[in-house]
Design a binder for this molecule. Structure first.
Ligand SMILES: O=C(O)CCC(=O)C(=O)O
Ligand SMILES: [Fe+2]
Length: 230
């Protein structure tokens, strides 16, 4: 059981739906949605150095190799962060738990919960490679996610889940949405905090504030997962 059942009872889902309808951007923040003990197992795996690989995106190209990146001006540099590469064979290793969680986030139970919250039918039937839509990432003080929109035709929901135990204000790394009337919405990346938003809604462009370099915390961990309608 990955979900914290208390957070998915009918009255809770109703409250999430209302929050989505009333906010700009269309957004709900759910703390404690998952079973924290199971997330602990996932975090243990993410803290291992293996499986991480650095990714660079510019505003004009999704994947940029090192040579091109060196020539890319700062203003064109959009994302630098590490992606968790799925191990190919891990039936008995701890990595299997982390992999199982990514699979859960792509499964019927979770997608049906999202469908109820956003009042739209989420499905992977037209998604060629569902697994590339759900990933773990980590950001260090050197890394960045600059301002962007995640909208794309048929992409209905973006889920961000934060996996940072004991995260403090001075660690930085807040998610910021443009919001309405120049009133940005700022969200700290706290443990077991799930942010769900409609990437095509007004004010949904966002970025991540830098992670502070002068703390003991080396990385900010999160899941980014995108969901589609037919
Ligand atoms: O890490 C975050 O808080 C945001 C990540 C993000 O915007 C994305 O993956 O598209
Ligand atoms: Fe994003």
């Amino acid at each position: 059981m990955w979900l914290n059942k208390q957070q998915t009872i009918r009255s809770a889902i109703r409250a999430y739906r209302k929050a989505v309808q009333r906010s700009t951007p269309s957004l709900v923040v759910i703390d404690g949605l998952f079973d924290p003990a199971r997330l602990d197992e996932v975090v243990t795996v993410l803290q291992q150095e293996q499986h991480w690989s650095t990714q660079h995106h510019s505003y004009s190209a999704l994947y940029v190799n090192n040579e091109t990146w060196q020539k890319t001006p700062d203003t064109e540099r959009f994302v630098q962060r590490d992606l968790w590469l799925r191990p190919l064979l891990c039936t008995n290793s701890p990595a299997a738990t982390a992999l199982a969680f990514l699979q859960f986030l792509r499964g019927d139970e979770f997608m049906s919960l999202l469908s109820k919250i956003f009042d739209v039918q989420i499905t992977d039937i037209n998604v060629a490679k569902p697994e590339i839509n759900t990933n773990f990432f980590r950001l260090s003080a050197r890394d960045f996610v600059n301002q962007h929109a995640d909208d794309s035709p048929g992409r209905e929901i973006c889920m961000l889940l934060y996996l940072n135990k004991d995260w403090q204000d001075h660690n930085g790394g807040e998610l910021v949405f443009i919001g309405q009337n120049e009133q940005p919405v700022t969200i700290a990346p706290l443990y077991n905090r799930c942010v769900l938003f409609d990437p095509s809604s007004e004010g949904s462009e966002h970025w991540v504030k830098p992670v502070s370099g002068d703390s003991a915390v080396a990385y900010r961990y999160n899941v980014t997962s995108w969901y589609w309608s037919e």
